[in-house]
Design a protein around this ligand. Sequence first.
Ligand SMILES: [Zn+2]
Length: 388
Amino acid sequence: MLVRHVNIVGKQDLKDILIREDKIQAVYATANGADEKDKLSLSFTHAMAFPGLINSHDHLDFNLFPPLGNKIYRNYTEWGKDIHTANKEAIDRILRIPQDLRTQWGIYKNLINGITTVINHGKYLPVKDDLITVFQNSKSLHSPAFERNWKWKINFPFGKKHPVVIHVGEGTDKNAGREIDRLIRWNLFKRKIVAIHGVAMTKKQASAFRALIWCPASNYFLLNKTAPVHTLTSQVAVMLGTDSTLTASWNFWEHLRLARSEKTLSDESILNMIGNIPAKTWGLEHCGSLSEGGQADLVIASCKKEMKAMDQFYALNPEDLLLVLHKGNIRLFDAVLLEQLVAGDFPVAGFSRISVNGRVKYVEGDLPGLMQNIRKYYPEVQFPVSAS
Ligand SMILES: [Zn+2]
């Protein structure tokens, strides 16, 4: 497949990208690529290309929840107790939807945002990597407050090659900071620990962790405060995560804008938090960049030509995505590409039509069927997309 006339985010000049099977075979200046031929060639105008995004934190089976919270909390245990009392009915209704349906929707939520790799947190989910990569090669522990026997589990000798991933320091009170100290102290064998949230984390504490997953949207929703990431990046690798819709918007682009609005990090460093940093941390080195020989996970989006390159990127929303490739396979495309795809004999039969904020997209698989199935269990469920 040949993708033509795209601007790679952060770079000048138009490029063509040649994809063979699941790899990026070549990236070259459009002017030099006139001889390249491919059965399937897609040409763009005013479009940018970037690596398929890596979302380092989600609970895939929790994305049918609406945001649940009744005030600003001091820490996650206060939040947890409150919603399990005040919002018990709403929680029970969602949990009656079979887990595999909830998980499938969680995967689509990520795909529609341009995410091609998601790190799932929680119990192992029996999912296939059909649409995007669902990474589960880590030891998920909930948190010091909600994971029984966590002290024993972080020191448990089996599965040592996988990092422990745990919510910690998700609060603004003294306990949140002490909880991080306790976790560090009990990591007797200096196992690799990836912390989620770390709102209360200090620079000194940060150096004890393999990485920190920053979830600003979720943090502001719960605590009206987020981790001081600009002071931590010199000590620890920081990656960005969405968390589920229980505490944050389904739209990852809003999360990126929120991260940018902190004005403490450069545009490039935020990009790295959804690209090469998580690729390296999770051992997925072939992802997270558009380099020759890398895995063909990439996104093409339409952009407003009057904006500067990075402004164009951060202004995007799911409706602006024109093409999402995962391992060289088209998983999502905008209706504007239909004609070119049909002309290139691309089999569009396995795709379903949906409307994303008024724009028609085609996604692999039967998403309208999945939504209908979910409605059988919960008729009032709200989806951010609709069948088209
Ligand atoms: Zn979480």
